[in-house]
Design a protein. Structure first.
Length: 170
């Protein structure tokens, strides 16, 4: 089983693996092409990485780890300088609005220094429902689910699940 397979299955994986480094490099290059010259034509460099997308708007400054675990619903708006670290699946519903500088982190590192130094990681999926609004600078941590119609305040750090319709101020 490859480290990519382990990552996709939610098992501990080694982020220093050559295949994973190459996949991250490919995603960085695709993001760089779009970010250097943002246009609908250059947006394809990013969206071709995604597992799924439909009628999305992505502003420049977007970064992702792999792209292949990103599932975007219809009509999502991703504002400037957002970061999606997608070692696990990121599922985003329809009509979700991301403020500038929102970060989604699926990957986590061991607490023991020696394990961290070895490159060991674990990733947990993030799920965001339909019509969610996430304010600028918010951070969503591994394993979090946000229900439909929720609002996440600017600069909030979301460490736990948020119910449908809930307003979270962090």
């Amino acid at each position: 089983m490859t480290e990519f397979d382990r990552m996709r299955q939610g098992l501990p994986f080694n982020t220093l693996d050559a295949e994973l480094r190459q996949r991250r490099e490919n995603a960085r290059l695709a993001c760089a092409r779009f970010n250097a010259h943002p246009s609908k034509g250059n947006l394809r460099h990013i969206t071709r990485l995604f597992a799924e997308h439909d009628a999305v708007v992505i502003e420049p400054g977007f970064q992702c780890d792999y792209g292949s675990q990103i599932h975007l619903g219809v009509g999502c708006y991703i504002n400037f300088n957002c970061v999606f670290l997608d070692a696990a699946d990121i599922h985003i519903g329809d009509k979700v609005l991301f403020g500038p500088g929102v970060h989604l982190y699926t990957v986590d590192h061991p607490r023991a220094a020696q394990a961290r130094a070895s490159g060991e990681c674990l990733a947990k999926p993030i799920r965001i429902g339909h019509r969610v609004w996430i304010g600028g600078g918010a951070k969503i941590l591994p394993g979090v689910t946000i229900g439909d119609d929720a609002i996440i305040a600017a600069n909030a750090v979301v460490r736990h699940d948020i119910s449908a319709g809930e307003r979270f101020y962090g």
